[in-house]
Write a protein that binds this ligand. Structure first.
Ligand code: F0G
Length: 461
């Protein structure tokens, strides 16, 4: 007798420990927004009902991760927790040197402090905000070379995170001396959580070889990217995610990592690479600001939790649920006529705020307006990824970002399908009032990464 088949894809876990949620009124939230300078990063988490601000560090750890914490050895130097962590990283990414950091941007700061600097150019499919900021902070230039179709929110391509190979080739042909490394971000977060294909990574590798350049991957969402490769790329469907991840690693010379994403950590990151000399220089900087190289700013217990989390991140049942449950939200919003970036990404659904709020000029931040409305309507916190985040240029001028998106990032293993049904309902209600939403202007902003602390004000309608 054959096994019966079921269509329902359920959360592949039972709930073992629960956290309370707190409801507030629309009037209360309107006041909270005004107090927060219309910046959702400045809203207190306890005033948020469903927090889709980020999938970073906000996931639920498993029973086995909590148990692993008890094994943490807090020795300053040579902790066994470090070796366990290093081995878990190397089982997927067999780079010679594994350097723990407290989170991804610390790995970025260290790497780019060493290889960046004035006059240098660092290409990526799309730099994440902290990556770009850390590169620019050294005086180097960060450039995005994702395929042109990525700027069309409706272009339904399987690997919309791919690097534009021609553009990379022409950059290297003209400026090779100024390019210390090429970076590929998997999945491409700022471009909609879109994956990069193995074929594209192999081609980037060939270009790097041709010009003698190292290739680094920004691998925060490596497992989701590998699942998409398994699902979508020809000839990959019978491979395990682990096997695909190892091939990705074999194509690179190193990686930066935020372990707050796919590795299921609440904190953590690493820099891994093969070059002995570069690793030495990075470790010297690590000691200056992060800590000794066997803990790098993390507690031994964090290293243990990450080692365990890495083994859970590549589980096929988990990844099937993860990608499918994100697509569930994307499909429902699309069915409601809300313009959603297609295809739906791995860790998040991105609403095309510029298309949803055509009456708001990009320089009046339609993404910010939509994100604020979702919070006010239903206590759902999301994140603008658009002109508020990327519009300010290094020379201080302002220009529209490529897209004005609102990201609904889904924390791992944290919310259930009924939570997501509520989110969908909130989005529908906001869509019904979309034409009444105001634009915004910035009244105060810092010099870098302004979206975290800028103060906004609604424009008169
Ligand atoms: N690279 C990518 C692609 C990221 O998405 C992030 C963080 C980082 C690097 C930096 O890692 O936060 O550990 O320092 N992204 C989070 C987000 C913050 O919300 O997408 P970090």
């Amino acid at each position: 007798m054959s096994e019966p088949e079921f269509r329902t894809i359920f959360e592949p876990f039972r709930i073992h420990s629960v956290e309370p949620m707190r409801s507030t009124t629309r009037q209360y939230r309107r006041q909270a927004l005004s107090t927060a300078g219309y910046n959702l990063f400045q809203v207190d988490a306890q005033d948020v009902l469903i927090d889709l601000l980020t999938d970073s560090g906000t996931g639920a750890m498993s029973r086995d991760q909590w148990a692993a914490l008890q094994h943490g050895d807090e020795s300053y130097a040579g902790s066994p927790s470090f070796y366990l962590f290093r081995d878990a990283v190397q089982s997927l990414f067999p780079f010679t040197h594994v350097i723990p950091t407290h989170q991804g941007r610390a790995a970025e700061r260290i790497l780019f402090s060493v290889i960046g600097g004035p006059g240098k150019i660092i290409p990526n499919n799309t730099h994440f905000d902290t990556t770009r900021a850390n590169i620019e902070f050294t005086g180097a230039t960060a450039i995005d070379l994702v395929i042109p179709e990525a700027s069309d929110p409706q272009a339904d391509l399987p690997f919309k995170g791919n690097m534009d190979l021609e553009a990379l080739d022409s950059l290297l042909a003209t400026r090779a001396d100024d390019v210390p490394a090429v970076v590929v971000t998997i999945t491409n977060n700022s471009g909609g959580g879109q994956p990069v294909s193995l074929a594209n990574l192999r081609a980037v590798r060939r270009l790097c070889d041709a010009y003698g350049k190292p290739l680094f991957i920004d691998a925060c969402r490596f497992a989701e990217n590998a699942w998409f490769i398994r699902e979508r790329e020809e000839g990959q469907n019978s491979r395990s995610v682990t096997d695909i991840v190892r091939e990705i690693a074999s194509l690179a010379d190193g990686m930066t990592m935020s372990a707050k994403k796919d590795p299921m950590g609440n904190i953590g990151g690493w820099l891994a690479l093969n070059d002995d000399d570069l690793a030495q220089r990075c470790r010297d900087l690590l000691i200056l600001t992060e800590g000794f190289p066997t803990y790098g700013g993390l507690a031994g217990r964090d290293l243990e939790a990450l080692a365990q989390g890495l083994s859970e991140a590549v589980d096929h049942t988990y990844l099937h649920y993860r990608i499918r449950s994100t697509a569930y939200v994307g499909d429902a919003l699309r069915d409601a006529g809300i313009p959603v970036l297609s295809p739906t990404g791995g860790h998040a659904v991105y609403i095309d705020a510029r298309a949803m709020l055509p009456h708001i000029d990009p320089l009046a931040y339609p993404g910010q307006s939509l994100a604020l409305a979702l919070y006010e309507m239903g206590g759902v916190r999301t994140c603008e990824i658009g002109t508020a985040m990327f519009g300010r240029q290094p020379d201080g001028s302002e220009r529209p970002a490529a897209l004005d998106l609102v990201r609904l990032a889904i924390p791992r293993r944290t919310y259930t399908q009924s939570h997501m049904d509520y989110v969908i309902e909130v989005c529908r209600k906001v869509a019904a009032e979309a034409s009444e939403l105001p634009g915004y202007r910035i009244t105060r902003e810092p010099a870098t990464l302004r979206h975290f602390t800028a103060v906004f004000e609604p424009l008169p309608r």
